[in-house]
Design a protein around this ligand. Sequence first.
Ligand SMILES: Cc1cc2nc3c(=O)[nH]c(=O)nc-3n(C[C@H](O)[C@H](O)[C@H](O)COP(=O)(O)OP(=O)(O)OC[C@H]3O[C@@H](n4cnc5c(N)ncnc54)[C@H](O)[C@@H]3O)c2cc1C
Length: 510
Amino acid sequence: MTQAVLAEHYDVIILGYGSAGANAALQASRCGARVLIIDKADKAGGNSFVSSANMTMPTDFHKKQKSDGLQFSQYLGEVSQGTTPKRVIDAYVEGLYEIPSWLEELGAEWEENKFERMWTYYIPGLTFPKLESAEDLDLRVYHIKQTDRCPAPTAGRRVWELLDSQLRREQNVTIRTGTHVRRIEREGEGSVAGVLLDNGDRISARAVIMACGGFEDDAELKRDSLGPRDIGLLGSAVNTGDNIRLAQYVGTSLWHMTAEASVLGFQPPDSKFGFGLALRHPNFIFVDKRGKRFINETRLESHRGHSDTAALDGESGKYVHDPMWLVTDAVNVETDRSLVLEVFSYQVVVKGYKWSPYSTEEIKKGWIKKADSVEELSSVTGLPQAELQQTLSGFNEATESEDDFGRRRDSMAPIKAPYYAMIVKPLLYNTQGGPRRNERAEILDPEGQPIQGLYGAGECGSIWGHSYQSSCNFAETIVFGRIAGAGAAKYASNYQTDERIPTKIPLNHS
Ligand SMILES: Cc1cc2nc3c(=O)[nH]c(=O)nc-3n(C[C@H](O)[C@H](O)[C@H](O)COP(=O)(O)OP(=O)(O)OC[C@H]3O[C@@H](n4cnc5c(N)ncnc54)[C@H](O)[C@@H]3O)c2cc1C
C-alpha cells in the first residue's frame, strides 16, 4: 500500500475546474487566498465548456435596482416548492445582479438570446407561467456575446476561457489537471484538513470547495436517483458521481438527488453522447412504443425531457412510452440542413461531429429510418401499423380542427410520405443532486450544521430541487462559485470583508 505523504499546503483547494470552480478560484484569489484547483480530466472545463450558458435574468438585471429581483425570488420559491430554503434563493437572486460587472471586467459583452425559432422545444423566459408569482414577471435569457475577445462557438466556453486566461495570470492560483481526488479529509469529525489524491499524496488546506459536477455518467447513481430508465448524455462524460462519493465519505447531507435537467434528443447507437433536435417546420410528432402520440410536442419544455415523458404503467410498472420515436417527413428532412442542434453538446463541441447536409449520411447509417408508406414505417420501426396509421391520420385531421393534446393550429402541419423516423430519448444536461449547502455555500452535515471549511458550488449539489426554471444552472455556478470562493478564503485566513460577498445590494423587501 502506498504511504500517503503530505505534499503541499494551500489556503483553499477547489475540486473541479468548470465554471463553478473557476469562479470560486478567482473570487478566492481576489480575497487573498492561495488557491489550488484540481480537475481529474486532462482537459478541464466539464459541462461548462459545452454549455450554452444561457442565463435567465429579471429584465432589470443590468441595472442595480432589483425591482424585479424580489418577485423573481418569490417565483423561484414557488418553483422549488419548499425544496430550497428562501434565504438560499434570495442569495442566488442577489448574486445574479453582480454577474454583469463580474464578467464585463474580464472582457465579456452581453446579448439577449432570442433563440432561433424551432418547433421542438419550448424555451420561454418563464418556464412556469401559471404560478401565482409569475404574473407580470418579465424574464429574459442572456448570454455572453461572441466577440474577438470571446471567439468560442459556445457561450459556456466563452465564459470558461475568460476565467481561465485570468486565472493563469493570478499569482495565487495553481491549476492541476489530470489529477483525481479520492477523499476529502477532516480533522476527526471537525474541520476540513485537505484532500487525498489517487496516487496516495495528501494536500492540506484550510478550506475545500466542492465544484466537481454531477453524476450524469454514473449508471448506478442515475438508476438509484432518477429511476431505471435509459437516460443519455448531452454534456461531457467527466461527471461520474465523485460529487456523491466524496460527499458521503466526508459526511455531508445530500439534497436534490432526484432533480435533473434533460432534453428529448437523439443518441446514436454507438455513442453515449446525444444531440438536441432541431425541427424548423411543424410537420412532426412524437409517438411511443404503442404508436400513439402522448404529449403536445411543441410545449415540451427543453429541460423536462425525462420528467415529462417518464409515466409508468400502473400494472406492469414499466415506462409507458419508451422507446419513443420522432416521426416527420421530407419538409423537415429534405429542405433543412440538419435535424439536430449544432450549437452545443459534447458531440458537437468536443467530438466535432458534423451532421451531414439533409441528413443523408445519418439516413445511410440507419440512425434515421425512411419509409414510403405507413406499412413500411411500421416495419422499419417495429411500431404497430394500425395504431401508427390512426395516429398519423388523426394528427393530419387535427391540423384542420382541434388537437387532443392542445397543440396550436399554427404549430401543426400534415405529415406525408415519405416518412422519416428516429428514436428519441432523454439526454441529461446535468443532474442537480449532491451535498446540501446553505446560502453561504457552506456544506452541511446530516444534522444541518456546516462542516467547517467545506463549501459547494455549481451542479455538485445545486440549489435547484423539484422543478427547474430553465437557464439557471450556469448562473448558479457563478453566483455560488463566488460565494463559496469568498467564504472559503475568509474562513482560511480570517480575511475581513463583507459578510455577504459578492452581493452589496440586498434585495429590498420593503
Ligand atoms: C450541452 C449543455 C448545455 C447547457 N446549457 C445550459 C444553459 O444554456 N444554461 C444553463 O443554465 N445551464 C446549461 N447547462 C448546464 C450547465 O452548463 C452546467 O450545469 C454547469 O456548467 C455545471 O458547471 P460546474 O462547474 O458545476 O460543473 P462542470 O463544468 O461539469 O465541472 C465539473 C468538473 O469537475 C471535475 N471533477 C469531477 N470529479 C472530480 C474529482 N474527483 N476530482 C477533481 N475533479 C473532478 C470534472 O472533470 C469537471 O471538469 C448545459 C449543460 C450542457 C451539457
